[in-house]
Ligand binder design. Structure first.
Ligand code: ZN
Length: 104
């Protein structure tokens, strides 16, 4: 994230999770409460003095980071692929069963 993006995020009234948050806060109360103490402390640092990396760590911890979003997407893809394979297997099984019955 660029410093501008981080500032824009601070200025929003909506948390990454969709809850309302106070302008100037990094996260809503629920997300903030989920953070371990050392990550909470990092968010009290000043901009340019350790806040940015602390914020990005907190984003990743909460699953809002770029990597978090990617792994969620991959999990969804794997699920879709599994459903697809099962569907193909079911159709093939039906066809094989159908041809056996037809041949008899
Ligand atoms: Zn939140």
């Amino acid at each position: 994230m660029t410093p501008v993006e981080i500032l824009q995020d601070l200025g929003r009234h909506v948390c990454r999770c969709g809850n309302l948050k106070r302008e100037g806060n990094s996260f809503c109360r629920d997300c903030f409460a989920r953070l371990p103490v050392e990550k909470k402390n990092g968010l009290f640092k000043r901009l340019g003095k350790g806040y940015e990396p602390a914020f990005e760590e907190a984003l990743e911890y909460l699953g809002f980071g770029a990597q978090g979003a990617l792994s969620k997407m991959q999990a969804r893809d794997v699920l879709a692929l599994t459903v697809f394979i099962l569907l193909i297997a079911a159709v093939l099984g039906y066809l094989v069963w159908g041809s056996q019955v037809g041949g008899m």
